[in-house]
Design a protein around this ligand. Structure first.
Ligand code: DQA
Length: 144
């Protein structure tokens, strides 16, 4: 079982960026927290501030991973190329947000990723990634 976790723009700043909204843990600490929940599942992590780099990673991931978790950052709200890439690839993609995007500014309540995601988890902090991976492992083993 192989899962890829992608974090988009500005998520490299976790811990320093609006800690009241996104928490005090760095991205490395969040990734270690996630890894701690899984013994048998191979998990790779990728972060980029560049939409094109994320698209390239998704294309390359298509034949490699059983599932993908993505926190697209602000790309969530407007990146139609990201929407298309997720639609084009084979593995199911779970959308994750640390904060509850529905409880914030109105521009954050729209996600162009949600319609092509297998599901969305929003507002559970780093534990959202764990639940998203659990769901992907479940679906990969059991079908639906
Ligand atoms: C975010 C929510 C987005 O609106 C924001 O642009 C982010 C982080 C979250 O994890 O809550 O960068 O995806």
């Amino acid at each position: 079982m192989r899962i890829l976790v992608i974090n988009g723009p500005n998520l490299n700043l976790l811990g320093r960026r609006e800690p009241d909204v996104y928490g005090h843990a760095s991205l490395e600490e969040v990734n270690a927290f996630i890894r701690g929940y899984f013994k048998k599942t191979e998990i790779d992590f990728f972060q980029s501030n560049h939409e094109g780099a994320i698209l390239d990673k998704l294309h390359a991931a298509s034949e490699v991973y059983d599932g993908i978790v993505i926190n697209p950052g602000a790309l969530t709200h407007y990146a139609y190329a990201l929407h298309d890439a997720i639609k084009a690839i084979r593995p199911p993609v779970m959308e994750v947000h640390l904060s509850n995007i529905h409880a914030r500014e109105s521009f954050r309540t729209q996600s162009v990723v949600a319609p092509v995601a297998r599901g969305t988890i929003s507002g559970l902090g780093p534990y959202g990634y764990v639940l998203a991976i659990r769901a992907l492992v479940h679906f990969a083993k059991k079908g639906n």
